[in-house]
Design a protein around this ligand. Sequence first.
Ligand code: ADP
Ligand code: MG
Length: 246
Amino acid sequence: MADTDVQVEALHAALANVAERLADEKRYLTELDSAIGDADHGANMNRGFQTVLEKTEGMDGDPAEIVKAVGMAIVSEVGGAAGPLYGGSIMTASQELDGGITAETTVAFAEAYLEKLQDRGGAQIGQKTMVDAVTPAVHTYKKSIEEDGLPPLEALAKAVDAAERGVNFTVPLRATKGRASYLGWRSVGHQDPGATSTLFILEELLETATEYLDGVDSEDRDATSPTIPDDGDEGDGAGADGTEDE
Ligand code: ADP
Ligand code: MG
């Protein structure tokens, strides 16, 4: 696995990506929260991660300490339900990264995060909360690594897919936890804001991990290094593979 300096660099890049994404999605998250809550989730998450950037800027050394500072910043800046749930769970789970960021420690982090989230919020799956996105993501990540032997990047991609299904799963549910539960049956048909912000964060972690891990873990570094063409006639190759697959 990459050494500590690279892990710290990747961590800062991940935080910047998450903060930017949440700023971009502020209105959308607020829209979701205005349907079944009090229209502050977008502002909460945006403010939280702007504070995260301020508080972690220039931090180096130990990834676990940086992640702990992330949780502390969120707890200190974001009130309501989401602040203590996100921040407290990140703070507690950060201890699991003591050995650096590896497949093993990230599984432990994910499990500790879910455990703390459920411990604090008391929500089970099916109550229309962020737990509905976190639970399938964590279980999928753990299984992909420990049972299927997938590399962390592929495991994370599967976890993001699982979280997305979890977000969609919240739509038909009646909320029975948090502010949305005040609406009772009127919460049915709306997507949960906290599950949605969880998905956005995971998507940005995947995006960053792809940048830092793609090819690095796969032993055959040659596959990612530039190859010298035998015949030297690659110069006019424009357009041969210029289409975007996705
Ligand atoms: P508030 O509800 O205090 O206004 P936010 O709007 O920032 O806080 O966050 C709302 C989100 O918090 C919900 O969409 C839901 O995902 C999550 N949430 C609320 N209560 C709980 C709980 N008990 N357990 C887990 N998640 C919860
Ligand atoms: Mg709210």
